[in-house]
Design a protein. Sequence first.
Lengths: 573, 79
Amino acid sequence: MKFLKIDMATQTITTEDVPAEYAGLGGRGLTSIMINKEVPATCDPLGPENKLIIAPGYLSGTILVNSCRLSIGAKSPLTGGIKESNVGGTVAADIAHLGITAIIVEGKPSNSEAAYLLKIDADGNAALLDGSAYKGLRTYELVRQLKEAYGEKNSITCIGPAGEFLLTGASIQTTDADGRPCRAAGRGGLGAVMGSKGLKAVIVDRGGKATDALADADVFKASAKLYAKAVRDDDFTPALAELGSAVLVAPINAVGAFPTRNAREGQFEGVEKITGETMAEVIKKRGGKNAHMGCAQCIIRCSNEYVDEKGDYVTSSLEYETIWSMGGMLGNDDLDSIAKLDFLCDDIGLDTMGTGVAVAVAMDAGYKSFGDAQAAIDMVEEVAAGTEMGKLIGNGPGAVGKHFKHDRVPVMKNQSMAAYDPRAIQGMAVTYATTPMGGDHTAGWVVADNLEDFGGTLDRFSAEGQVENSRKSQLHMAAVDTVGICDFAQSGFGAGLDNVCKMVAAKLGKAFSEDDWAALGVRILKAEREFNRNAGFTNKDDRLPKMFYEEPLPPHNKVVVISDEEMDKTFDF
Amino acid sequence: MEIRVRLYGTLGAGLAAHDPIKGLRLHLPEGSDVGDVIERLEIPRKKVGIISVDGSLAKDDSQLQDGNFVRLYRPIFGG
């Protein structure tokens, strides 16, 4: 249980035992509580006082299936508030296997041109190496060269040109189980924070054998087994394997909640060409991969490998949110161009969601036409080229909207919405507006609760019950993000929340109950809200842009009906 | 009457006659509703989430007409 502290100003590394105040924390709980405590809320996110905290989930590195999620936390240069960005691949388990609880990157080099690699070997020894030879490289070429230099048995967590340019749409990419830098800690511009600290890549040996000992390995094993069974037996698991997260395209479009052409409509007439079903058929026909394992210890396998007509690799994994942001949101029904855009964002190191919405705003403002996939590709390439337009796209939809003086910019706390229109699912209006993270869907995904046909009990066009439900979901997710369980493996909770708490207790060595789980969520949200308040946020920032309150969304023609007073009740604790 | 049915997600798995993209054609007696389609295809009711007929959301008791396009979606969880 060690912290690895990297001072980028002096290029020194210190190792310390995890202080008592952070005991029992991992993932988002650790990053948010630490940031609130140690990062001045009014600091420059690209300055020396910000910290980039890389923390595996509390249960990452154990035998629990689907527990390989990494939380990266910092003050976000995109939102100006607290950010936790979450990613899979293998790195969370790799870091945990070295007995490291968090890597804390602090300060910044005095030479703004400096670029470093942080390399951690199989014994957990860390060194900062000169990375200047790798400056400017896109992530796929970077990973190729780093593997040549340092061997195949490493996970690589890195930035592309977007992060080096300090753009607020910049992601941090990490390698998947096949060693490709296609998994993204996409949201919130943390790639820019990493770039501001002169850090190009973190190379972690995958052969660690110093995982924190569990207080009770037998109890842990028994609970882990029940968890895995619940995931395996869940009805949704095979759908995810066969179609990936893209299984969501068809039903969300069917209910009129698929934001189309910069959220002018909730249904896309071209949707059939970009559904998960279509994608699975294309992949099958061309010899790509469905049911691909992208992350360590995953038993769901929701990833895919998309290939072109010749059967050559294009990208992995093509997700619902990207199919939306580069497809429906742009009025683009061409799956091949969507896959290309996914690859470009991974390669340049950009959040696919925010980048797609940035392009959508540019199109909506008349810069280019909706449906012009080549124009979208050109705009994303401009980010890497460093042009003026490229900088705008790379800085996200808020920047694009400001430049064009456009009044339809679907962002919350300057981070773009996700692939669910709040006018068609009122519960998502509450989550988007109130989560300290900005326009974030996973922070409190309440879609199924709002859809009667999926067993939901809330009326998706009514405000009733939405605030309480979003609050409950946000509190629960904060705890899920702390233990490092994959969002899609929440089916494992079917074996009981107490079963998950048993695993936490079995590692911790003391009692951890369902009440403790609930209290954990409260503690994290309180810390995040406190940071944002100190950073200057008020309740005025817990609102949606005007367009959502005033423009009825076809086909159901509703607007957001959650009042300001109700929004402000979400975190009434 | 003849209708077209398309099953999304994994709903069509195990139905040899169902093409994952084109769906299948079904002959039904006059007066049939969506519930009859689900029964006819032997899909456990709880596996069906959203229902649409010709692009509009529908329910089990929605009456069908010749030429309707019925789409059935499975429940979802997600991100």
